[in-house]
Write a protein that binds this ligand. Sequence first.
Ligand code: BGC
Ligand code: ZN
Length: 337
Amino acid sequence: MRAIAIDYQCRRVRPLDMPEPSGPGGGEVVFRVHEVGVCGTDRELADFHFGYPPEGETVLVPGHEALGQVTEAGLDAPFAKGDWVVPMVRRACSPACPSCVRGRRDLCVTGNYRERGIFGLHGYFSEWALDNAEDLVKVPENLVDFAVLLEPLSVVEKAVETALRIHEPGARTALVLGAGPIGVLAALALQLRGLAVSLHSLEPKDHPRARLVRDAGICYLERAQGMTADIVVEATGSPQAALAGLALLAPLGVYGVLGGTVARGELRFVDLLRHNQTVFGSVNASPQAFRCALEDLARFDRRVLGRMIRRTSFREFGDSFEEPPGAALKTVHVLAE
Ligand code: BGC
Ligand code: ZN
């Protein structure tokens, strides 16, 4: 079958011919991969900043934001041919740590977890894939058009739930930093929970992303100096922006770091202490966060979701793994044409 590979020997992303998955065993499911979304993680993989291939191999099939349709289900798998599925990305460490044992691989404490399409396991940028049924989320037919956003949305849901839970008197205002897919999805999720949401990013105010944010009823800010919010979600990927964002946190505020993975700089603990503020980091998602993501996806404005996605063919992976998408937020490759 056709796939693509991140090749650690010749250091490039290239087409790959690989055997179709065999099976499925009792609890397993084989599915046709229909769509794969590309995110900043994939671009870091393609830059060899991040990730590694399965043990003993020199290539990694990327793709962790996938939508598939079941072609064959094992006898013990609660799926039927034709069901739509989205895989969860992370697989437990072994021997499993207490978090992995209780089904919270997203909170794995050993760091020995693996992630499909990222750390040590092939992803879904291939025509077919095989998974354990327990690693798949069933998607209702009416959400299929946008279900490729479920995985990034699950990451957002986990962080939003954490922020709201931590904020002592109950948050009323939120500021999201960054107008990428994570930022925009976070703004939409916070808005659904009744918060007054603003989003600050560097795009000029007539940029398609800025317009999309405004059309969704979210206040778009080219500048955020002087304002504060109860919850600040950092989704910029920029260390400077991540640190500067701390100044925008109200007393008792909660700051969720989602994008600034390489942020280094001076953190003024005295400010955190004086204002009873919390800074937390969040990665990956729980099964519960995937369930929340399904619920929210059904409640978001479908026109807004539609404008977030730019669909392209299998073959165009070269561009999407190199460059961030311009106007649209998310490049999605259609694998089953
Ligand atoms: C994925 C997460 C994953 C993280 C780190 C993100 O792009 O959405 O599921 O845990 O990368 O590998
Ligand atoms: Zn991702």
